[in-house]
Design a protein around this ligand. Sequence first.
Ligand SMILES: [Zn+2]
Length: 82
Amino acid sequence: MICCKECIDLLYDYIEGLLDQETSKSLEEHFEECPPCIAFLNTYKSTTTLCRDTLNQIEIPDEVRHTLQSFLKENKDQQEKK
Ligand SMILES: [Zn+2]
């Protein structure tokens, strides 16, 4: 099972359809069990659609990075409470 960080690292390739079948499947399995990553996927997708050309040339925008970081932090906090 892949972790959230790997999931995010693979997200761009996943959306672009560049991953092999096995990796895509692992990613989808992760999404099923991880609402924060689904939320991030949706954010990322709409961002990618809005500035697809820009994303090819630059790093992840700060805004998206911050969103990701808070998702991961919330997820981590929740897991630690259990
Ligand atoms: Zn996750």
